[in-house]
Design a binder for this molecule. Structure first.
Ligand code: SAH
Length: 277
């Protein structure tokens, strides 16, 4: 198995650190869980998941790897391999015929970095359309720069639109940093393991689609003040007044607003304040 040549096209980097695998398995805290793994690759993580989980569904796009994975794990009756593009796949439909693999409750994966955003969206849903059946936890090995955005606190450099969108839907925490040399071939960037716990936010937005639009606009030009980014979209006098009420400096940038502040802005600056563009 060692000699499986990584393909750039599928963002293949084989993890080789046993220590990192230990951290991932510990963070997933498995017992009687039905796991979804995206991009098993040569199966280094799969091998650890199978004895710890009730079942493992692995989705792998690379046909050649699928042949090898089927050979390696085909005899395990708690393993199901689906060949295809995770982003295109209707997982519920694929699993309909496989009783004990249905409705996986945890995700554990070292994912292809080039499609991290779309994978997160597929796993969590969006502010306006959250996942219908949220996972209990999602442990992912991702690019460090993305990890930093996921667990960023407001007013920090990394706090951006992705932070608001994901933190609206899940608690996010750093599990550990991972170095490029822990992979073959080493990726150009540093990595990190994160754990997301999807949950309903305590005070959801009254109009989630409106919040989604405001976040997109608010972060559209990172250097501008929030009120300049929202010019033409909301009544600026009302925005300034609201920021003052929330004890937020009216000169703030989008990254200075916590998720709660974003919700307050979207709840108080209603669509009737929006000037048709
Ligand atoms: N989990 C393995 C491999 C990580 S590399 C390890 O830790 O070593 C990323 C894996 O995702 C590769 O096996 C690649 O073929 C697979 N992959 C890439 N794009 C995919 C997609 N759209 N759907 C499913 N798997 C994909």
């Amino acid at each position: 198995m060692r000699s499986t040549i990584p393909r750039k096209q599928f963002a293949q980097h084989w993890l080789k650190s046993e220590k990192v695998l230990d951290r991932i398995i510990k963070a997933a805290n498995l017992s009687g869980d039905r796991v979804l793994e995206i991009g098993p690759g040569t199966g280094i993580l799969t091998k650890r998941l199978l004895p710890a989980a009730e079942s493992v569904v692995a989705v792998e796009i690379d046909r050649d790897l699928c042949l090898k994975l089927a050979k390696q794990f085909g005899a395990s009756d708690n393993f199901l391999l689906l060949q295809g593009d995770f982003l295109e796949m209707d997982l519920d439909a694929q699993l309909a015929a496989f009783g004990k693999f249905q409705n996986p409750n945890k995700v554990v994966a070292n994912i292809p970095y080039n499609i991290t955003g779309p994978i997160l969206q597929k796993l969590l849903g969006t502010i306006s359309v959250p996942a219908a059946k949220p996972f209990d936890s999602i442990v992912l090995l991702v690019q460090k720069e993305v990890a930093e955005r996921l667990y960023a606190k407001p007013s920090s450099r990394a706090f951006g639109a992705l932070s608001v969108r994901v933190q609206y839907l899940a608690e996010c925490e750093l599990i550990c940093d991972v170095q490029a040399k822990d992979f073959f071939p080493p990726p150009k960037v540093a990595s990190a393991v994160v754990r997301l716990r999807p949950r309903l936010i305590e005070t959801p937005a009254v109009n989630p689609r409106h919040l989604e639009n405001l976040v997109k606009l608010g972060f559209s030009s990172k250097r501008k003040m929030l009120r300049n980014n929202l010019k033409g979209a909301v009544d600026l006098d009302k925005l300034v007044q609201l920021l003052e009420e929330l004890q937020i400096n009216p000169q703030s940038r989008a990254e200075d607003l916590s998720v709660a502040a974003w919700i307050a802005v979207s709840n108080n600056l209603w669509p009737e304040d929006i000037v048709e563009q």
